[in-house]
Design a protein around this ligand. Sequence first.
Ligand SMILES: Nc1ncnc2c1ncn2[C@@H]1O[C@H](COP(=O)(O)OP(=O)(O)OP(=O)(O)O)[C@@H](O)[C@H]1O
Ligand SMILES: [Mg+2]
Length: 233
Amino acid sequence: MTTAQISLRNVSKVFETDTMETHALRDISLDIMPGDYVAITGPSGCGKSTLLSILGLLDSISAGEYQLDGQNMAAISLDQTALIRNHKLGFIFQSFNLIDEISVLDNVMLPLRYAAKPVSNEQMYQQAKSCLAKVGLSHRESHKPAQLSGGQQQRVAIARALVADPKVLLVDEPTGNLDSQSGNQVMELLSELNLQGTTICLVTHDSRYADMAKRKLQMLDGTLLHAPSGENA
Ligand SMILES: Nc1ncnc2c1ncn2[C@@H]1O[C@H](COP(=O)(O)OP(=O)(O)OP(=O)(O)O)[C@@H](O)[C@H]1O
Ligand SMILES: [Mg+2]
């Protein structure tokens, strides 16, 4: 039996302020296998982005356990957390978060500048070029992000997410700022990446796009409705 790449057990997340507590995630258990493609849907505020932040080690859990590749994420240092985030995980958000002052190619190279193992300039350049080719934007490498269409900018963001060769892509409403044609292109690209072996966890409001995943999970008020676990789904 394949072991889960991502395994959550009874995970809860509570946001606390002076005056109130928000239970964003309640008792979530979920297994995601290598090569899986999971779509998460649910109403606004039900906890989808919080779940992705937890999976992406951008936020900590309040209770429960998170194992990534069999390693308990509560037991590692902040430095290790940053390393794992940079090495194993790629992020794609609704807003492209590109840096406007530098070229498309430099944007894509950026994560490699923070890699644990030093990467030579030549290697960074080659890896970034290869990722831009994957998203069909080799001919735009010297442009600045603002000189590209929204769909092209999102594809640059995808190339940037891929440049450090992540095993898991965490994707939050990638088509939210795109027209339907660009949205379709981005979704087709995600499907191709999944076919090549990348695990994908996608949050989307669009049921057509959720249908492109191998598994669909629904959230409601911080809970996961009938969360099947990995291979037994
Ligand atoms: N940093 C935070 N501090 C306090 N509460 C938060 C914080 N982040 C999220 N929340 C709350 O947690 C709940 C879940 O938010 P989350 O952003 O995960 O929802 P979502 O399902 O992604 O919604 P949407 O579809 O609108 O993006 C909401 O009630 C939200 O107000
Ligand atoms: Mg959200």
